[in-house]
Design a binder for this molecule. Sequence first.
Ligand code: ATP
Length: 146
Amino acid sequence: MKCFHFSIGDRRSDNDDDGALSRSSTRASWARSLSVASTSFDTSRRMEFDSSSTSRDFSDNVGFSELLSQRRSNDLRVFKFSDLKSATKGFNRSLVIGEGGFGCVYRGVINAAGEGNDGDRWLDVAIKQLSRGQVLPLSREKDLYE
Ligand SMILES: Nc1ncnc2c1ncn2[C@@H]1O[C@H](COP(=O)(O)OP(=O)(O)OP(=O)(O)O)[C@@H](O)[C@H]1O
């Protein structure tokens, strides 16, 4: 699939706190995966696809804020969009390491030390930028934590 590069104006505001999710991981690969939506999360359009390819609208059941608080309580890190932008040098094309059906994947370096913690914990990470208009189905959110 063709990979489009979006201008700054297409992405979320730097002040947006809820740009992406991740978690501590012991996975041995060189990079941990993070994702970021290039457009605002529209919970009314969030769908889950089951194995029989039928779909179910989650908009009335799980709000995005509720989802985030569940993730936070599960030892998951929530990175600001600005952190992901810095980690990829502004989503620099030279750092693209792959692309999938939902968008480009960038290599980056991010400080994974939690807020309020002393010191730095720099990690090589893979950061996926969802293509404009793409909404990650809930069943694919597992990708954020692998
Ligand atoms: N953690 C990672 N470390 C190294 N490379 C990665 C990592 N994650 C993704 N990539 C690279 O980016 C490419 C696309 O990854 P992506 O997860 O988007 O693939 P996909 O599962 O096929 O896509 P989608 O989930 O959008 O359908 C991979 O084929 C790989 O080359």
